[in-house]
Design a binder for this molecule. Sequence first.
Ligand code: GDP
Ligand code: MG
Ligand code: K
Length: 285
Amino acid sequence: MADVALIGNPNTGKTTLFNSLTDKYAFVGNWTGVTVEKKVGTLKDSDIQVVDLPGTYSLNPLTKDEAVVTNYLLANRPDLILNITNASQLKRNLLLTIEVLERGLPTILILNMIDDLRRSGQTYDLDLLSQRLGCQVTTTNARGHQGISQLRQQIINYQDVAHHRLQLDYPPMLKQAIRQATEALHDDYHYDNATARWLAINFIDQSRAIRAYAKSHQLAPLLKQAAYYDAQKFSKQIYETRLTFIEQLLKDAAQSAVSNEPQLTSKIDKVVTNPILGLPIFAGI
Ligand code: GDP
Ligand code: MG
Ligand code: K
């Protein structure tokens, strides 16, 4: 049975989307240790399980409630992540998207509330977004049930969604620290490369959730190397690199909505098996 995880900022339409994707009878409980509601449902006419995760702005959580998503990704390996965003607030929403894509799992980026964006006379070049981010991009109006059947089909074909490994061009010293920690975790602890890199970046970014995980799993290379990190500086560089990437991306992808009927889905959906790592934007470390 496949697992699909819904991840996004608060108020982006996660629950609305969850309800229109899943059967009526969802399991509702609480995440361990927090008061946040846990909802698990089944994609209609399938045995694919959909998990509605609490809204969060970052995988480097500030609060215990936000840590639910990071801890979920530490303990589970969903077959597919649906990263839902408010299409009119991409600048803020894409910070989480980058963190999600760095996890290196198959991911579909959903620009929800596309009705609001269109009403404002704007749209985005979905192919460009898709190419630069290296993931499928789909638009929905969850409240108006638009784009849902298309998304449903993409979820059913989750095995065709490529593993994404967005690799931002972090400054050299930071890049080197990430590479060293990644290699150690890969060689000594047999984490796959994407997971190792994700742990490394977030450890360096002083994520409390990842640091607790590293401690409890005795990930010595991370803990030992930490002594050599200029953590403050690296955190700042991580944030600034991400923000610069997003600003450039949105500048390049912005279009006015007048030209033609907006597409519902990016073309990359049809070529998902192509290795995305070859694209020039992925400055591999
Ligand atoms: P969550 O916090 O991410 O679970 O978001 P909700 O599903 O609770 O939705 C937040 C609000 O946005 C609700 O009022 C929804 O009706 C509304 N909403 C959800 N999807 C859309 C959409 O595609 N377009 C518009 N205009 N509103 C939406
Ligand atoms: Mg909700
Ligand atoms: K709204």
